[in-house]
Design a protein around this ligand. Structure first.
Ligand SMILES: Cc1cc2nc3c(=O)[nH]c(=O)nc-3n(C[C@H](O)[C@H](O)[C@H](O)COP(=O)(O)OP(=O)(O)OC[C@H]3O[C@@H](n4cnc5c(N)ncnc54)[C@H](O)[C@@H]3O)c2cc1C
Length: 323
C-alpha cells in the first residue's frame, strides 16, 4: 500500500493548528495517488493526543523518542529515519515551521530522498503531483516535480484549509518507542514567548507597516491611520522589528504572529511569502503599495497603487470632510 505520512506538530499545549492544515494537504495528495495517510506524533508518547489525531480516520503512530530530552533535531532525524525507512512513505508532509525547517531537509538527505521547502499548493497532474513554491520573494511560483522518493513536502502554514474531524471511524493507534543516541546536540531549554501577538490577536483591524515607510518617525503616520478604525492596532513586517522600530510581539508572519482580523491593511509591505503566511486568516486584505507589481497585490482583496505618504493624508482629509 502506498503511504503519505504526516509529521504532527504539537507543543505542551497540545496539537498545533498547522497540523490540521498538514492533514488536509496529505489527504489531497493521498486521494490523488490512492494512498493511505499515516500520522506520526514524534515526542514523548501521548495516547490522548494520538486518539485525537486518529479521529481524522488515519492510522496514527504515537512515537516516543527516548534517549533525548525534549525536542532535539538530531534525535528526531534519527528516530524518523528509522521509522520511515521501515514504513517507506512516498511523501512526508511536514510544516514549513521552525521545527520543520530544522529537521526536515536533513531527514530527506538521510532517507536518500529530497525535500521541497515552502510548498503553498499541489497541482494534481496525471503524471504525478507537482508542488508549487514561491520564488523571487513571492512574486512568482515555481512548479516542482520531485524525481526521487521519499519526498518531504514542507507546507507553508496557511496554504491549505484545515478540515475538522469528520471521519466516521477513527484510525488505529500504534504506540512505538525508538531509542536514539541524541548525540551532537544539547538542547538548552525552550523559552516561551508569552506576549507574542497579544494585541494583534484581539484587534479587529490591523494596520501593518513595512519597509516602505522608510523612517522610524513615519510610524506616527501609520498610528494615525490605524486610529481612524475602532479596535485597531499597528503591526509590522519583520525588517521593522529587526531594526528595533517595533516590538517583536507586533511582528506579523511566519516567525511572528499569524493573525485573523476582520481587516488587514498592509502599508508599504512587498508581500514576501514569510509575511503572507501570517495574514491569510484575515477576512479582508487591503494593500497600499507604490509598486503596481508588488506581490502582495496577488493576495489582496483591495489593491491601492499609491505612495502611502500621499494616500494616508488624503484618506484623513476625506474622512474629515465626510465623517
Ligand atoms: C526565515 C525567515 C523568516 C522570516 N519571517 C518573516 C516574518 O515573520 N514576517 C515578515 O514580515 N518577514 C519575514 N521575513 C522577511 C521577509 O523575507 C521579507 O524580507 C520582509 O517581509 C520584507 O518586508 P517588507 O515587505 O516590509 O519590505 P520590502 O520587501 O523592502 O518591501 C517594501 C515595500 O514598500 C513599497 N514602498 C516603498 N515606498 C513606498 C511608498 N512611499 N508608498 C507605498 N509603498 C512603498 C515597495 O514597493 C515595497 O513593495 C523572514 C525571512 C526569513 C528568511
Amino acid at each position: 500500500m502506498k503511504r503519505v505520512a504526516v509529521v504532527v506538530e504539537h507543543d505542551p499545549g497540545g496539537i498545533l493548528p498547522v497540523t490540521h492544515e498538514l492533514m488536509a494537504c496529505a489527504k489531497i495528495l493521498a486521494d490523488h495517488i490512492q494512498a493511505e495517510v499515516v500520522a506520526v506524533i514524534p515526542g514523548e508518547g501521548d495516547p490522548a493526543m494520538a486518539k485525537k489525531i486518529a479521529g481524522f480516520g488515519v492510522e496514527t503512530i504515537d512515537l516516543a523518542i527516548t534517549g533525548a530530552d525534549g525536542y532535539n533535531s538530531e534525535a528526531w532525524k534519527e528516530a524518523l529515519h528509522r521509522l520511515f525507512t521501515a514504513m517507506a512513505p512516498l511523501y512526508i508532509i511536514v510544516g514549513h515551521t521552525a521545527p520543520g525547517r530544522d529537521f526536515a531537509p536533513g531527514l530527506g538527505v538521510r532517507l536518500g530522498g529530497g525535500s521541497i521547502a515552502g510548498v503553498n499548493n499541489i497541482v494534481l497532474d496525471q503524471a504525478g503531483p507537482l508542488f508549487s513554491r514561491p520564488v523571487l520573494n513571492g512574486a512568482q511560483n515555481a512548479i516542482v516535480r520531485p524525481e526521487i522518493t521519499p519526498c518531504i513536502v514542507m507546507v507553508q502554514p496557511g496554504a491549505f484549509r484545515a478540515q475538522g474531524q469528520s471521519a466516521a471511524r477513527p484510525g488505529r493507534v500504534i504506540g512505538m518507542e525508538i531509542m536514539v543516541s541524541g548525540a551532537g546536540i544539547q538542547p538548552m531549554g525552550v523559552k516561551s514567548v508569552t506576549t507574542r501577538g497579544e494585541d494583534l490577536d484581539r484587534a479587529a483591524v490591523i494596520v501593518a507597516a513595512g519597509r516602505g515607510i522608510r523612517e522610524r518617525e513615519n510610524l506616527d503616520l501609520i498610528g494615525r491611520f490605524a486610529a481612524l478604525f475602532p479596535n485597531s492596532v499597528v503591526g509590522a513586517s519583520r525588517p521593522l522589528v529587526d531594526d528595533g522600530w517595533m516590538e517583536y510581539r507586533f511582528q506579523v508572519g511566519i516567525t511572528g504572529a499569524r493573525v485573523s482580523p476582520k481587516l488587514y491593511i498592509a502599508c508599504g509591505i512587498s508581500g514576501s511569502s514569510q509575511h503572507l503566511a501570517g495574514i491569510t486568516g484575515s477576512e479582508l486584505i487591503v494593500s497600499v503599495n507604490a509598486d503596481p507589481n508588488a506581490a502582495i497585490f496577488n493576495h489582496s482583496d483591495i489593491c491601492i497603487v499609491a505612495d502611502l505618504f500621499e494616500f494616508i493624508p488624503s484618506f484623513e482629509r476625506l474622512l474629515e470632510r465626510h465623517p
